[in-house]
Each structure stands twice: as structure tokens, then as C-alpha cells.
Design a protein around this ligand. Structure first.
Ligand code: KIV
Ligand code: NA
Length: 279
């Protein structure tokens, strides 16, 4: 399969074929997403929590994101790659954002960047896209702004809120974004926004009326211990945690009982050499 470009994505969008997007944070998770045929692999700043154990995304640094981007980029032979600009790396001025975006391309080796925000970020999106770096927008629930949003809350639930989501989408589209993530917005609102745009919408918690979907990989593969909170929109398609746990527990038990390593896991020495050794 050939490397996916913006042209490939445009063709899918024109055909009305949903675009599949998955997060990844290292070589193995990037390899899996690519191998499974994801059209876009996003190195989301959710890796702050799922890969680094931080409480939220506000802590993760550009340097840390770049290391993860490089690892995922090496794995993405086919998928189009997006790196998430972390909080603090793009809000000060469009010039700051462009500098960060250039680092993501040169050092992170991704093909594009994502940034959160609506109409107020339009000049920033324009600055980055004018330099030839594709931008994926992100509106609705923007986790980097959780403190000012009053937590992780559904956006666009009122008529006024829905109009804001639409206006944000139009402004980001106008600024040159190639697609827009819409997070935690009622299905009808996301579908309406999708109909009004001429670029793809990528939904997460936004229903099936979007032009594509994105999920956090460790959420959807079930690679987390029991009892962890999951947002309503996540569908757990697997039990990677359970499978890995079974394997590691079996290894522990077989090591304790000396069932492992068995003869087939060991290196031979010839009888002659052994006799020599024991003399
Ligand atoms: O950081 C992330 O994983 C994201 C996606 C969920 C859109 O921003
Ligand atoms: Na993110």
C-alpha cells in the first residue's frame, strides 16, 4: 500500500467513505494502527495520560511529544501522520505556533499538526497552513482547556452553543485546515456542521454523522486495568490488558515452578564438550 496523502483523504471524503483515525504513542502502537489500515494515525497529547501516567495533557512538553512523534512516524508506512501541539506551544502568537509546527515536521517527522480551538485560533491555523504544514483542527470539547470549560463537558448542547461549534468549524475551515476533529458534541449538531463544511469532520463522541471517527487506541483495545473511567463514547473492542495480564501471570507461575524455561528454550552443548567441561 502507498503512503496516504491529503489527496487520498480528499478522495475518501468525496466518496463519502468514513475516514478511520486512531491514536498511537510509540512504535508498537503506531505499527498496529498502520497495519490495521488506519488512514490517519494521530500522536495525540492524550499520551500524557496513557503513555506517561500524567493526570492531564497540560503537563506534556514539546520535547516529549517529539520523541513519541518520531517513534510513531517510523511505524506509519501507509497512514498519514498528525502530531498534537501540546498546551503552551501555540497559543501565544501565530509565529510561536508556526515555530512549534516546524519542529513537529523536522524533529517529530509527522506530516501535519493538530491544535485545539475555534474562531480565535483561525489566524494561527492560517499562519501554519500558509507555510505548507497541514493543520487538523479540534473543536467542541477541547481537553487542553478543561479548566475554563469547567471539566470534560459536552459542548454545543444549547442552540447558542451549537451555533458556536458551527462558527468555530467554519472559521477553522476558512483558515485552511484539512479536516476538523469534533469532540463531545450532540450527534445532530456534529452532523449539521459536517453538512455545512467542505472538509472532513472527524468525530469523537460526536455520533456517526461525521466524515470519520477517531478513538484513543488504549481505550478501544481495552489496554487498561479494570475500574478505569471511560467516556460514554468509547467502545471497548478488545481486552488487551486481560490478555497481557494472563501472559505475564503465566510466566510468573511457570518461573516459580521451574516449568519455564523448558528444554526447547535452551541452547545445547555437545556431549563431548560437556564431558570435557566436567573433567
Ligand atoms: O489527544 C488525543 O488523543 C486527541 C484525540 C482524542 C482527538 O486529541
Ligand atoms: Na489531544
Amino acid at each position: 500500500r502507498k503512503k496516504i496523502t491529503l489527496n487520498t483523504l480528499r478522495t475518501l471524503y468525496k466518496k463519502g467513505e468514513p475516514i478511520t483515525v486512531m491514536t498511537a504513542h510509540d512504535f508498537p502502537s503506531g505499527h498496529l494502527a498502520d497495519y490495521a489500515g488506519m488512514e490517519i494515525v494521530l500522536v495525540g497529547d492524550s499520551l500524557a495520560m496513557v503513555a506517561l501516567g500524567m493526570d492531564d495533557t497540560s503537563e506534556v512538553l514539546v520535547e516529549e511529544m517529539l520523541l513519541h512523534c518520531r517513534s510513531v512516524s517510523r511505524a506509519a508506512k501507509t497512514a498519514f501522520t498528525v502530531g498534537d501541539l501540546p498546551m503552551g506551544s501555540y497559543e501565544i502568537a501565530p509565529e510561536q505556533a508556526l515555530e512549534s509546527a516546524i519542529r513537529f515536521i523536522k524533529e517529530g517527522r509527522v506530516q501535519s499538526v493538530k491544535l485545539e480551538g475555534g474562531a480565535e485560533m483561525a489566524p494561527t491555523v492560517k499562519k501554519i497552513t500558509s507555510a505548507g504544514i497541514p493543520v487538523l483542527g479540534h473543536i467542541g470539547l477541547t481537553p487542553q482547556r478543561q479548566n475554563s470549560l469547567g471539566g470534560f463537558r459536552v459542548q454545543g448542547k444549547t442552540a447558542l452553543g451549537a451555533i458556536k461549534v458551527l462558527e468555530d468549524a467554519l472559521a477553522i475551515q476558512e483558515a485552511g485546515a484539512f479536516a476538523i476533529v469534533i469532540e463531545a458534541v450532540p450527534q445532530e449538531v456534529a452532523a449539521l456542521v459536517t453538512r455545512k463544511l467542505f472538509i472532513p469532520t472527524i468525530g469523537i463522541g460526536a455520533g456517526n454523522g461525521c466524515s470519520g471517527q477517531v478513538l484513543v487506541q488504549i481505550d478501544m483495545t481495552g489496554n487498561f486495568p479494570p475500574g478505569r473511567f471511560l467516556p460514554k463514547f468509547v467502545k471497548k473492542y478488545g481486552d488487551v490488558w486481560g490478555e497481557s495480564l494472563k501472559a505475564i501471570e503465566a510466566y510468573r507461575d511457570e518461573t516459580k515452578s521451574r516449568a519455564y524455561p523448558a528444554p526447547e528454550h535452551t541452547y545445547p552443548i555437545s556431549k563431548e564438550e560437556l564431558a570435557e567441561l566436567e573433567r
